[in-house]
Design a protein. Structure first.
Length: 118
């Protein structure tokens, strides 16, 4: 089992950048694929980005490709989401998640708010 705590959200102007962090507990961090999801008001939670256990083969939603970068530090039990060229449509609560060996997003953080003003 793993516990996840996100940080780094806040208010930023359109065109700006933010870096989200997700700190994981436990000594088995490198056995989980990691991902970021987001949920805007009145909308369903959606996939943003994911990275494999070894940090390779990142996947992105089309809406964030070329603007967001997911990375992980297995030694530090942390996964990051670098968000550049932010748009008002990126406003949402961002959640970190861990994927288990059955490819299920089994563990979730509490979320961090990102607000992009126009």
């Amino acid at each position: 089992q793993v516990q996840l705590v996100e940080s780094g959200g806040g208010l930023v102007q359109a065109g700006g950048s933010l870096r989200l962090s997700c700190a994981a507990s436990g000594r088995t961090f490198n056995t989980y694929g990691m991902g970021w999801f987001r949920q805007a008001p009145g909308k369903e939670r959606e996939f943003v980005a994911a990275v494999r256990r070894d940090g390779g083969n990142a996947d992105y939603a089309n809406s964030v490709k070329e603007r967001f970068i997911i990375s992980r530090d297995n030694a530090g039990n942390t996964v990051y989401l670098q968000m550049n060229s932010l748009k008002p449509d990126d406003t949402a609560v961002y959640y970190c998640a861990a994927r288990n060996g059955f490819y299920q997003w089994a563990y979730w953080g509490q979320g961090t708010q990102v607000t992009v003003s126009s």
